[in-house]
Design a protein around this ligand. Structure first.
Ligand code: CTP
Length: 448
């Protein structure tokens, strides 16, 4: 008996898939089809798959061509499967030509002709609403936005605006689909939604302008430095039917979300303490980050990241927060915050002029979670217990600049008319802005 194996995602099963399965089946007597698991697809950067793994397995089953269906979970599994199932032929579409030659060591590798003119990507694009996004503020952070948006479905970045046309050009020169605009009204006419990546103090004005024109807004963190203002902006957005989201990339990162979900489900018992740190020594002291008139300083610049695990796990109702800062030329080059909750303490450290170990430690009554530096781009964490045999390690992938996860959630909120994302609740974002304001007002503040 000749055994054949083939693999795929088989999302929105189409004629190309059916032809391929027929061709693979004709190569032998018994066909095994490997369908990729949802996590596996996400890990390899396929964020747009529509059908979940069960639906995709059912669709392959319905073709009647597979004698056996298995799930593909991890990189390297093909080598294991070929040996485990005693496979004679590995078959795959010609779009993979050469990519699986390494399997020749274990079985025959056949690249089958691909059906022209159809793919899951094409079907996803045809059936979805495309959200046209424009970039406001074309600096360093915004430069990373177009390539990240490219891997998310239902979004097209088509416009860029900056008060400095040279900055706009830096983006439009590298992306021919993005048109530069010098007139903001023309810019707004070309888009459904905006990504705001301007200096902190201009966020509020651009958010209001954008909402006023009925545009959805994804705004770089910190969205606002004032809780009252943040609250008003969210309610204004909802009144106008617009999505307003703070672009805190850690909040949307798959590993961070899994970490929070596991801790909430009791993996380390009751959380009693959180320590979160982040520091970045910048050599250029002339930048916006060091300018007190442009809301420079460590807390405004970096604070929303370490505040995230604290507010997500302990909530927004703390009893007290004390802030300790080393000030230099009108900005905090280092700030430490100390929270008292009814049954827990939490602390965070941020530094633009002081280097700290940038890790995250969450201590509970049964064990603790440890995320090494730089924890804010979480791709690995560990649960540690009294008995080291109980320790567990978890590994993930952080893709490129990590903006794709927040873009995907933003688009999903727009398409599903969801005003609030569970990954970063509006009340959590408002609380972050209140804490920034406490610092501005120098309340419970001590200079060191
Ligand atoms: N395939 C094919 N002809 C097509 C599309 C896919 O022969 N028009 C083959 C692929 O080469 C692969 C199998 O079908 O062997 C499963 O591919 P999959 O990646 O699931 O399908 P695509 O439509 O290519 O999906 P996507 O657009 O998401 O990459």
């Amino acid at each position: 008996m000749v055994k054949v194996i083939t693999y795929g995602t088989y999302d929105l099963l189409h004629q190309g898939h059916i032809n391929l399965l027929k061709r693979a089946k004709e190569l032998g007597d018994y066909l095994i089809v490997g369908v990729t698991n949802d996590n596996f697809d996400r890990d390899r950067g396929k964020l747009n798959v529509r059908n979940n793994v069960l639906e995709r397995v059912e669709a392959v089953k319905a073709t009647g061509l597979a004698d056996q269906i298995i799930i593909e979970d991890y990189i390297g599994q093909k080598v294991d499967d070929v040996q485990k199932y005693d496979i004679d032929i590995f078959a795959i579409g010609s779009d993979w030509e050469g990519k699986f030659d390494y399997l020749n060591e274990f079985c025959k590798v056949v690249y089958l002709p691909r059906t022209e003119g159809i793919s899951s990507t094409m079907l996803r694009a045809e059936s979805s609403q495309i959200v046209k996004v424009g970039i406001i503020g074309c600096g360093r952070v915004a430069q990373r936005f177009p390539s990240e948006a490219n891997v998310v479905s239902s979004v097209s970045v088509c416009a860029a605006y900056d008060i400095d046309p040279v900055a706009t050009q830096k983006i439009t020169d590298r992306h021919e689909d993005i048109k530069p605009y010098e007139n903001i009204d023309d810019f707004y006419n070309a888009v459904d939604a905006v990504y705001i990546a301007t200096p902190h103090l201009s966020h509020c004005e651009y958010i209001k302008k954008s909402i006023d024109r009925g545009k959805h807004v994804l705004c770089e963190t910190p969205m606002s430095l004032n809780g009252k203002e943040a609250k008003e902006l969210y309610s204004l957005a909802e009144k106008k039917g617009c999505i307003l989201m703070e672009a805190n990339k850690t909040a949307h990162c798959p590993a961070f979300n899994h970490l929070i979900a596991m801790i909430k489900s009791g993996m380390i018992g009751d959380v009693v303490d959180i320590e979160a740190s982040l520091s970045q020594l910048l050599s250029n002291k002339d930048g916006r980050e060091f300018d007190p008139l442009q809301a420079g300083g460590s807390l405004y610049e970096e604070g929303s990241y370490p505040l995230l695990p604290i507010l997500k796990l302990m909530g927004i109702n703390y009893d007290e927060l004390h802030l300790y800062s080393r000030m230099e030329n009108g900005i905090d080059i280092y700030t430490k915050g100390l929270f008292k909750y009814p049954k827990a303490t939490c602390s965070f450290k941020v530094g633009l002029g002081v280097k700290t170990e940038g890790d995250l430690v969450i201590s509970g009554t049964k064990g603790y979670a440890y995320v090494p530096a730089p924890w804010w781009k979480t791709d690995y964490f560990e649960f540690r217990y009294e008995n080291p045999n109980d320790n567990k390690k978890f590994f993930y992938k952080w893709d490129e600049f990590g903006l794709r996860y927040e873009i995907q959630e933003f688009i999903s909120c727009i398409c599903n008319h969801r005003f609030s994302s569970a990954r970063l609740r509006r009340r959590e974002s408002i609380c972050m802005a209140e804490i920034m304001h406490q610092f501005t007002e120098r309340k419970n503040f001590f200079e060191i």
